[in-house]
Unconditional design. Sequence first.
Length: 351
Amino acid sequence: MTQPATPARQDGTLLDGGGPGGPSKSAAGDNRPWSARLFRADVRTLSLIGVLVALALIGGLTEPDAFLAASNVQLILTQASVIGVVTVGMTFVITSGGIDLSVGAIVALASVWATTVATQEYGFAGILFTAVIVGVGCGLVNGLLIAYGGMVPFIATLAMLASARGLALQITEGRTQMVTIPSVLDLGERDAYVLGVPPLVLVFAAVTVIGWLVLNRTTFGRRTVAVGGNAEAARLAGIDVRRQRLYLYLLSGLCCGIAAFLLIVLSGSGQNTNGNLYELDAIAAAIIGGTLLSGGRGTVTGSVLGVLIFTTITNIFALNNLESATQQIAKGAIIVAAVLVQRRTATSHTT
């Protein structure tokens, strides 16, 4: 006997999360009162803000002159911009129940390809266009392999990581590709700041706002949550799961292309070592921000706060001349604590 499809609203979201796979996380979330969902989200957000404030206090107490300087705050926000844009794309992928281990390698490939192909003749537009196209192209390959090739996201994106890193090394032959285009380099100068805000931070803010709106206020976002909550139930509800997953990896690639351009502006060069460990930082920031690694729930706001927390930790350690090994241990402890809090929250919600 054919099992009846799960009823769905016109926007594609599930009404009861039925189907062979059982209730979906998104459907379970929809059954709670709006006040309970809002309170839970606010608690998560306020907790992250509390951690960020605590780090600011530590930085202010240990190195008050350096940490509280306006130039240092601008530096923190600028450094957070590149990995922040990548994390927004990663948030969508993880919310859908997937993973993308290739984001750092894609950033590297896009940056070296853009600085190699886009010479003085093509200028600003050439570098931007090339970086975005390379990022989207890599995302397309990932999406096709995963959505239509049936490959596990971990394996497909791991293969892309190795391939993109290798191609980036082959293009540069181990050399740094310097950028000499004034219109690109000028974006990193103080003269380009808008009311004291670096242009890279403005791009990061725009990507964050757009990402939040797409995830929380559009059919695309609701379908992303539905696929992550229960892919089979989403399929029975009429959602094209394979196409949705393809779009999500395209989105991740787009974010990597934008991040590659920001990194070119920030460093004035393209290197095959760019984006090293970005995949781990992006995943970690999304997780501590409240995005479930198993899929079905995601928060762009939390992910951005996670990025700011990690960037602030890095800045404090650098100002206090502490070893990078200690910094990595601190980051690892924060990730473990965040996962434990998520499990505790999920357990208390189900009881």
